[in-house]
Write a new protein. Structure first.
Length: 120
C-alpha cells in the first residue's frame, strides 16, 4: 500500500490547475475567445481546439504558414509547443505572441483551462 501512495504523489503534484489556466488565458483573450458563445476575433475562437484540425475554423483567415503546418490536428503536445513559441513551431504564422508562455506549469494549466471549456 505504501508503494501505491508513493506512486500517486507525483501525479497529484503534477495535476493541472484550471483556475490558474483561466488567469493565464487572459493574455490570450486579447485576441481569442473561448466557451459556448465564442466567436472569431483577431484570432480564431478556441473552443474545443484540442482535437480540431489545424486552420479549420470557418470564417477565419489563417496564415499560409499555419495552413501548411507540419501537423494536421491540435493535440496536447502541439498546443503546448505553440503557446511556448508559436513562430518556432510554425514559421510564417501571423500570430503575434513574442513573449509566449515560458513556464511549463503555466502552459500545462493553460491547456487544462482550454480543455475545460470544451466540456461546457
Amino acid at each position: 500500500m505504501a508503494a501505491a501512495l508513493v506512486a500517486v504523489i507525483p501525479t497529484a503534484a503534477a495535476a493541472q490547475d484550471v483556475e490558474a489556466g483561466a488567469s493565464i488565458f487572459k493574455k490570450c483573450a486579447a485576441c481569442h475567445q473561448i466557451g459556448p458563445t465564442a466567436k472569431n476575433a483577431l484570432g480564431p475562437e478556441l473552443t474545443c481546439v484540442i482535437g480540431r484540425k489545424v486552420a479549420s475554423v470557418e470564417g477565419f483567415q489563417y496564415s499560409e504558414g499555419l495552413k501548411k503546418a507540419a501537423f494536421t490536428t491540435w493535440d496536447d503536445e502541439h498546443f503546448l509547443q505553440w503557446v511556448e513559441n508559436n513562430k518556432k513551431l510554425v514559421p510564417g504564422t501571423k500570430m503575434i505572441f513574442p513573449a509566449g508562455v515560458k513556464d511549463e506549469t503555466d502552459r500545462a494549466n493553460l491547456l487544462a483551462y482550454v480543455k475545460s471549456q470544451c466540456a461546457k
